[in-house]
Design a protein around this ligand. Structure first.
Ligand code: XUL
Length: 502
């Protein structure tokens, strides 16, 4: 019988299911939206885990129907999803409060406290990372301090996709890649960190069992099967956080392979042979979804979001029958490389890499009376690429090899942003034939878990195809190098201005 693999991505906006055949071809997919996240206070972001489960129960049957596939044809499932979110359950498995998700910013004080208690250098030694508001542990400290009644009733701590695993297979487990984003994980040794648990007064029983991403964590239960239309007994493979699973789908599985993905946020991701730590903690060092492999990544908080913000506030000009982003790209291509001296700092939502500063803010610098909308849009595209280059600069400092850069997300689609990236990175960039995102990578991990491919590398090699290589234009590279040096002066020059509050 034909093999079919299902990848399920519990994203922020929705849950996406992707179904592959034994050759890795997509035969069906479906998405079910989540209600928008709640923000009961500025900077807070919460979602109800039950909403994710509702979306899973509708995306899976829709995906099977589109793929003309029956539940009995599915050989394996794997999960991926938004990382870092805190799900707190009582001993019977009910959520005690809404999940505090990855983009919640309430924990600046807790990050400081963790860093003071453990010591900045020791924290990087133990977990390979520094304390960020996005990570899970600062959220745990926040609940311990602010909601002691809830904390007293906690029976289990899970990450978002692992809550779905519990509902689907009754297994309380996670994978090494997602666990890496908790700040409770010994990334170098691929296990929970005892010293971090002790410093946080956390009992090991509260944490899920950890698997490698391509290992089977359990099987679909009778109850899980009834709710989703799947067959009880199907193996559930551990899977990975969305960044590592997305990288598997783009073939970023060996040292030297790097991706630059511009979605809402922007991520530069490199697979590495060992756990490379940044002593300054500016990039994240996590376990990869490939056994005995790690990855590093830098995150620009508002990458595609910069352009979206511009579109939402100022609209797009030109033919209204055309998509607004296509119109913005056409407009930007009328401005010269270098945007007539305009610079965009994309810190609309604070910044992770390289500044680790939730207080940073966006800036458009160097405006003169001669500038037009076209210059502004082009400056935004260039500024986002400069920000991603900051991560490549850190990679170079840490001697992380970069043999090729594959583009992903919306930033990979239009020819202008692709060319700007090649010119700003000063390297050829590759566009992929298809990029299906994290759910696709998870489905490949499911295929590896049940033996359709003998390794994650083999699965990635068999399915990833480059459609086009874009070479940098040499005269633009020299110009972009000069503009990048100017861009790097923006943050230190403006930092104190951003700290002045109304
Ligand atoms: C990774 C990260 C995001 C979330 C949401 O560090 O914060 O990718 O996983 O998708």
């Amino acid at each position: 019988m034909a093999m079919r693999f299902l990848g399920i991505d519990i994203g922020t906006g929705g849950t996406r299911a992707v179904l592959l055949d034994g050759e890795g071809r997509v035969v069906g997919s479906a998405t079910a939206a989540h209600p928008p996240f709640a923000s009961p206070h500025p900077g807070w972001a919460e979602q109800d885990p039950c909403d994710w489960w509702t979306a899973v129960c509708s995306a899976i049957p829709a995906c099977l129907e589109r793929g003309k596939t029956t539940a009995s044809e599915i050989s394996g499932i794997a999960l991926t999803g938004q990382m870092h979110g805190l799900v707190l359950l009582d001993p019977r498995g009910s959520a005690l409060r809404p999940s505090i998700i990855w983009c919640d910013q309430r924990t600046e004080a807790e990050c400081r406290e963790i860093t003071e208690k453990i010591g900045a250098a020791r924290l990087i030694e133990l977990t390979a990372n520094s304390a960020l508001t996005n990570f899970t542990l600062p959220k745990i400290w926040w609940v311990q301090k602010n909601e002691p009644d809830i904390w007293a009733r906690v029976g289990a701590i899970l990450l978002p996709k692992d809550y779905i695993r519990l509902r689907l297979s009754s297994s309380r487990s996670t994978d090494v890649a997602d666990a890496s984003g908790t700040l409770l994980f010994d990334v170098a040794n691929r296990e929970w960190s005892r010293p971090m648990m002790e410093a946080s007064r956390l009992h090991a029983d509260l944490l899920p069992t950890v698997f490698e991403s391509c290992e089977i964590s359990g099987r679909v239960s009778e109850e899980g099967a009834r709710a989703t239309g799947l067959r009880a007994g199907i193996p559930v493979v551990a899977g990975a956080g969305d960044q590592a699973a997305g990288a598997v789908g783009m073939g970023i599985v060996r040292a030297g392979a790097v991706s630059a993905t511009i979605g809402t946020s922007g991520v530069v991701f490199a697979a590495t042979a060992g756990p490379v730590r940044d002593p300054a903690g500016r990039i994240h060092t996590f376990c990869h979804a490939v056994p005995q492999r790690w990855h590093v990544m830098g995150v620009t908080q508002a990458a595609g979001y910069s352009l979206r913000w511009f579109r939402d506030q100022f609209g797009a000009v030109g033919d209204p029958a055309q998509d607004a982003y296509a119109r913005l790209m056409a407009e930007a291509s009328a401005a010269p490389a270098g945007a007539g001296g305009l610079l965009w700092a994309p810190y609309l939502m604070g910044e992770r890499t390289p500044h680790l500063d939730p207080q940073a803010r966006g800036a458009l610098v160097g405006i003169s009376a001669t500038h037009t909308r076209a210059h502004v849009v082009r400056a935004i595209l260039e500024g986002v690429a400069f920000s991603l280059r900051d991560t490549l600069t850190i990679f170079a400092e840490l001697k992380i090899p970069v043999e090729s850069i594959r583009l992903g997300g919306g930033g990979a689609r239009g020819s202008l942003w692709r060319q700007i990236q090649a010119d700003v990175y000063g390297m050829p960039v590759d566009a992929l034939e298809v990029e299906e995102g994290p759910a696709y990578g998870a489905a490949l991990l499911a295929g590896v878990g049940v033996g359709n491919w003998t390794s994650v590398e083999k699965a990635a090699d068999a399915t990833m195809h480059i459609s086009k290589r874009i070479e940098p234009e040499s005269q633009n590279v020299a110009l972009m190098n000069r503009r990048y040096e100017a861009y790097r002066k923006l943050y230190p020059a403006l930092r104190d201005v951003w700290r002045e509050r109304l």
